[in-house]
Design a protein around this ligand. Structure first.
Ligand SMILES: [Fe+2]
Length: 343
């Protein structure tokens, strides 16, 4: 299999090619025309567009961009975007021509981070960088999970496996598992607790613009008639577990469930909570007047993975709704608790 980095910047996009079949990994939206031309010139057939995680530093595909590439959009099952055509899980195997690519779920940088293992090589996304690792301080990040993923999953690969990271800020291109295992200062001689405290003390700036990209990528639509809330407003929305939501629903004064997914997700295999009101994220601002009767009652916002609902909750809070909560982990968590759904 050929592995080629296409951007030549610190933010990396990879083209995996085997014969005439290709997979584009982590494309940057502004460069889509370049990728399209390259595929055409080489006569490559794009089997899928795959994201290693929900990115915070660049725009992923929206509906228009998906049209340009004309290939299924593939991400981990915990990825919040409603534009995903195929959800991946740990252990899934992708076939590219006769080549096999194994999916490792490696949460930490984000809940939906994954690495792609192929013979002699691994694409590590923002899980493992050359001499570093992806930050864990965005919502849903977890340094402990990242430590486990790197030390137990990635470092278990053969030492000569070539590492292709999602970012590099020093102009480097590749490393090996052996070199990282024996030389990456983030992990070398570090216990799990030491890693967690190291990652918690990085003090990286948290720019609002990055949060904007994250929210566009989570919701799949551009900021249009609704201004996205800031990260602190989102963090202020209380999350409830699936069983807490179920309990409140059977109380004497049940809350209103507002499901902010897309209509096709509402009736998909995950289904929806009985009585839920469907208000897709991009229609939320328009539909606020219809929800006016609920400003002083409890509203619980629901989505697929819990990211869009936190954003939508902050939008409702800003609009004056006083008791807004979000279903933690979304309908994925609801389904994992085997609570009843409607389809
Ligand atoms: Fe990232």
């Amino acid at each position: 299999m050929d592995i080629e980095e296409l951007n030549d910047t610190n933010c990396k996009t990879y083209l995996l090619a085997h014969g005439h079949d290709a997979i584009l990994v982590d494309p940057v939206r502004e460069r889509l025309d370049t990728y399209r031309r390259l595929l055409d010139q080489r006569g490559l057939q794009l089997a899928m567009v795959l994201e290693t995680h929900t990115h915070a530093d660049h725009l992923m595909l929206n509906r228009d961009a998906k049209e340009i590439l004309r290939a299924p959009f593939v991400m981990h099952t915990e990825s919040p975007s409603p534009l995903i055509d195929r959800h991946l899980q740990d252990g899934d195997v992708l076939e590219l021509g006769s080549a096999r690519i194994e999916v490792l779920h490696t949460p930490g940088h984000t809940p939906d981070s994954l690495c792609l293992v192929m013979p002699g090589a691994v694409l590590t996304g923002d899980t493992l960088h050359i001499g570093g690792s992806g930050r864990c301080d965005f919502p849903g990040g977890d340094a402990g999970q990242q430590y486990d993923a790197v030390t137990q999953r990635l470092f278990a690969l053969p030492d000569d496996t070539v590492v292709y990271p999602g970012h590099d800020y020093k102009g480097k291109t590749t490393s090996t598992i052996g070199a990282e295992k024996h030389g990456n200062p983030r992990f070398l001689d570090k216990s799990r607790d030491e890693y967690i405290s190291l990652m918690g003390s990085l003090g990286l700036p948290f720019p609002d613009k990055i949060q904007q990209a994250l929210q566009v990528n989570q919701t799949g639509f551009e900021e249009s008639d609704v201004a996205f809330p800031g990260v602190h407003d989102i963090a202020a929305i209380e999350g409830l577990t699936a069983s807490e939501v179920a309990e409140r629903l059977s109380s004497a004064a049940p809350p209103l469930i507002v499901d902010v997914r897309e209509p096709e997700e509402f009736v998909s295999e995950l289904g929806h909570i009985e009585g839920a009101l469907l208000v897709p994220m991009d229609a939320l601002a328009r539909r606020l007047p219809k929800l006016a009767g609920y400003v002083d009652r409890e509203v619980i916002v629901v989505c697929r993975a819990g990211a869009r609902s936190a954003s939508a909750g902050a939008i409702l809070r800003r609009a004056g709704f006083r008791y807004v909560r979000s279903l933690q982990g979304g309908m994925l968590a609801w389904a994992a608790s085997t609570l009843p759904v409607m389809r």
